[in-house]
Design a protein around this ligand. Structure first.
Ligand code: NAP
Length: 463
């Protein structure tokens, strides 16, 4: 293991910054420091914790342009998307600043006249988070804000590709007055830091956003000390276009959900399932719109599609396209690339594939790239069967103006997040999370603070 992480701009391959990797000893000290801050932080009253979170959000907003530029430099996403992500990230802080004041217990009628029963909630203790590179700000605040609001100290390890956004966000939290031992970051490779986190007796909860295989390992490793876990894992979202759908609207929404962040989001539509009577109209329009999207450096103001995060991600996308084409898919747009392996940048032009079948890798594996594979269905039962034929269960979308079709699809799709005529169903106020191998637990909404709380019950006798 080297001593630094080299953060590179995926748009150009140029060095952005060298970041120190923390030693095992330093990480263990950070964990102990976080643990030691628990009693004091948990006693800070909820209104004060709320006030501190609100100050943090305000300071981040005051530095919105700076954070957005850091994000575009290390992640590659277009600046407009980075600015949007800063708002998305602070919306979680704002939401949980309010929820801090609404952590309620209850009284329970006793079975004897001599007893009183009180149920209360208390913070679970030190929380460790591991976050991915695709939403460097929002995936961090979606965890930090409810943890801090609940009264838990928080320590985060960001992805090696994108540590800078997290580091700045933590600095802003300290500037807001949240104690330095209550919110901390450490840097290093996931496998190393993950082991230190899961084997620590001081950490009571692991909250992770990333791939399903890594999530499974973290769940196993957390069992050793029976830690709480929240897992936001991979997805393979179906998007169903019914025969009666408003095709222009469905195309617009598909573009938004498919090509945001160059298709590198866990809720990206990954299997587009269109009724056979409207597939021609839908595919032609989607291909036409997709081929007009502007690909380039996220710092250029016209850019709509940035680079792929790294060579590994790029190779996976190209392999899926080649596999599909080899097995009979038709390229309606894209399948073009701009690559400089030596400099280290990799762009994939928005690609639309028709005649996609279930034996193609793209219908089974998460793509994480700007590729829209289209397949067809005849009956709603068939659409549901295709949609549910995956171990994932994060997001699903469907487009229909028929309430019976919509209700049927809602009832039968095994996914945690459903967008009905809505390609952007996320928000701080909703419970985000997946079924099946897409995860455990929810983030956001009133559900998002619960995983940071223990239930304690008190029975008072001898009245
Ligand atoms: P990843 O490889 O699982 O990495 C995510 C984080 O886990 C990084 O910080 C990484 O560290 C760390 N990590 C890697 N190996 C580890 C190990 N053995 N133990 C502990 N931590 C480890 O995922 P990715 O490819 O970067 O991110 C994309 C994935 O995230 C996709 O599957 C996507 O669907 C999922 N995702 C899910 C959601 C959601 O809300 N459900 C949101 C966004 C993304 P390094 O720095 O060393 O890489």
């Amino acid at each position: 293991m080297g001593h630094t992480i080299t953060v590179k701009n995926p748009a150009t391959g140029q060095l952005v910054q060298e970041v120190k990797i923390n030693s095992e000893e330093e990480i263990k000290v950070a964990i102990k420091t976080g643990h030691d801050s628990f009693r004091e932080w948990s006693k800070v009253n909820a209104h004060e914790r709320s006030r501190l979170l609100t100050s943090w959000s305000r300071i981040v907003q005051e530095h919105k342009e700076e954070i957005a530029e850091i994000m575009t430099l290390e992640n590659g996403k277009p600046l407009a998307e980075s600015l949007g992500e800063v708002d998305y990230a602070t919306s979680y802080i704002d939401w949980y600043a309010e929820e801090a004041k609404r952590i309620y217990g209850r009284t329970v009628p006793a079975s004897s006249e001599t007893k009183r029963i009180i149920v209360s909630k208390q913070p679970i203790g030190l929380v460790a988070a591991i976050t991915p590179w695709n939403f460097p700000a929002a995936m961090m605040t979606r965890k930090a804000a409810p943890a801090l609001a609940a009264g838990c100290p928080f320590i985060v390890k960001p992805a090696v590709e994108t540590p800078l956004t997290t580091m700045r966000l933590v600095e802003f939290a300290h500037e807001a007055g949240i104690p330095t031992d209550v919110i901390q970051y450490v840097n290093g490779p996931g496998s190393v830091v993950g082991n230190i986190f899961t084997s620590s007796e001081y950490i009571r909860k692991i909250t992770f956003t990333g791939s399903t295989p890594v999530g499974k390992n973290l769940i196993k490793a957390s069992a050793e000390t029976v830690k709480h876990v929240t897992m936001e894992l991979g997805g393979h979202a179906p998007l169903i276009v019914a025969e009666d759908a408003d095709i222009d609207f469905a195309v617009k929404q598909t573009l938004a959900t498919k090509f945001r962040n160059a298709g590198q989001t866990c809720v990206c539509a990954n299997r587009i399932i269109v009724h056979e009577n409207v597939v021609e109209a839908f595919s032609t329009k989607l291909a036409n719109e997709a081929s007009q999207l502007i690909v380039g450096n996220g710092l250029d103001k016209d850019t709509q599609i940035g680079p792929i995060i790294n060579e590994k991600g790029f190779d996976k996308i190209v392999a899926q396209i080649n596999d599909a084409v080899h097995k009979g898919a038709e390229v309606l747009a894209g399948n073009q690339y701009k690559v400089d392996k030596e400099k280290g940048y990799f762009y994939v032009y928005p690609t639309v594939l028709a005649n996609v079948t279930s034996n193609m890798d793209i219908m089974k594996e998460e793509t994480f790239g700007p590729v829209a594979p289209i397949t067809t269905f005849k009956t709603l039962e068939e659409a549901v069967e295709i949609a549910n034929s995956t171990p994932y269960g994060l997001a699903a979308y469907f487009f229909t103006n028929n309430y019976k079709t919509g209700t049927y699809l809602h009832d039968h799709l095994d996914f945690g997040i459903i967008g009905w005529n809505d390609g952007a169903p996320s928000g701080a106020h909703i419970p985000f999370g997946g079924m099946k191998e897409s995860g455990l637990g929810r983030e956001g909404g009133i559900e998002g603070i619960e995983p940071y709380l223990e239930t304690k019950y008190l029975s008072i006798g001898n009245f």
